[in-house]
Design a protein around this ligand. Structure first.
Ligand SMILES: [Zn+2]
Length: 350
């Protein structure tokens, strides 16, 4: 009995410092890893998730229908969302809801897209006619009284809702030319996002008249793949750049010769999307952020869970790995310690 007791004491004396040492090591490792994690989080904040939004303007009945379908198919094939800027009332007649009355083919096609989360239905003015007395180029809204702007936007919004069962929340003023009353009217009508040219609002990204503003970064139609890549690289590598890159195009940009769809231009869009995916640094979303994908068939988030999932992807992966690494290390150390204790026990037995 006394022998056992002394053995026990001896063992405790030998083991205790080891446990303390191992625990300290684990603690030091955990703390240092947490700091590394925090560090990568800090550098990560400079490179938080970047988003590319494709904005397809001038979606209207009887307007470039083959091109509209072809370009949308690229988005379906690549699993990349797009915001459709719909013109509700582009023609002088009929006076009713032209989205319903002008082309049944267009109506059916657009209705078929409503169940596909890749397509956001946004409103692109009402008539898209140059009615505003703008001193700087054409505008549907600039300079018109608030009430006139409000009524036109409201009519267009109601037409879209009636035709497609979707109430738009993003407003895109035609010709990217508007004024503060346009922003105010859109805000009053429940729109939450506004997209126009930088020169129209003198800001890149932010809030104006209580509505979120995202401005156009580049036009697809004016560019080669190389110049699109150069502009994108510049945006990606500038630590002060805004987090969303908006690429504008129109179905008419994909018009080929003799009424055909321009395959070269379609390929440009496809190649540009492939390039963006290849950077591994961007996600694709819509102006309303209702869906976010990484392309290649992977959906990062959609609809109601969008915000949560997008927020989560902002956290650098290394931070998320810390608890796992810590657990592995702690387990390994515990295993080593157990083996050592057994060895000590065995050596005493022998
Ligand atoms: Zn337009």
């Amino acid at each position: 009995m006394p022998q056992d007791k002394s053995n026990g004491i001896r063992r405790d004396k030998r083991v205790r410092p080891k446990i303390v040492l191992v625990c300290s090591l684990v603690l030091i490792l955990l703390v240092s890893m947490l700091f590394t994690g925090a560090g990568s989080g800090a550098t990560g904040s400079a490179q938080t998730a970047k988003y590319v939004v494709f904005r397809e303007d001038d979606v209207a009945p009887k307007a470039d229908f083959a091109e509209l379908q072809a370009v949308n198919q690229v988005h379906i094939d690549k699993n990349v969302p797009v915001t459709l800027g719909i013109i509700p009332h582009p023609y002088p007649t009929p006076s009713g809801n032209q989205l319903i009355e002008v082309s049944q083919t267009f109506l059916d096609y657009m209705r078929s897209l409503t169940s596909n989360h890749l397509f956001q239905f946004a409103q692109h003015g009402y008539t898209h006619l140059d009615t505003g007395p703008s001193p700087q180029g054409p505008s549907e809204f600039y300079g018109r009284p608030y009430a006139a702007q409000y009524n036109a936007i409201k009519q267009g919004r109601d037409d879209i809702t009636q035709a497609f069962g979707v109430t738009p929340t993003s407003f895109l003023p035609p010709f990217d030319k508007s004024d503060n009353n346009t922003l105010k009217a859109a805000q009053a009508l429940g729109f939450t996002e506004y997209s126009t040219a930088f020169a129209d609002v003198n800001m890149n990204q932010g809030y104006k008249e209580g509505i979120k503003v995202d401005t156009i970064s580049i036009e697809l139609g004016n560019n080669s793949l190389q110049s699109l890549e150069n502009a994108t690289e510049q945006w990606l590598n500038n630590p002060n750049s805004i987090n969303t890159f908006i690429v504008l195009y129109h179905p008419s940009d994909f018009k080929g010769a003799d009424g055909t769809v321009n395959a070269t231009e379609l390929k440009l869009l496809g190649d540009y999307i492939d390039y963006l995916q290849g950077t591994g640094r961007v996600q694709f979303t819509t102006l309303d952020r209702s869906v976010t994908t990484t392309g290649n068939g992977a959906v990062a988030s959609s609809n109601s869970v969008g915000t949560t999932a997008v927020g989560a992807t902002d956290v650098p992966n290394r931070v998320a790995d810390v608890p796992v690494l810590a657990a592995i290390l702690a387990f390994s150390l515990a295993a080593i310690l157990t083996i050592r204790l057994r060895k000590n026990k065995n050596s005493r037995k022998r």
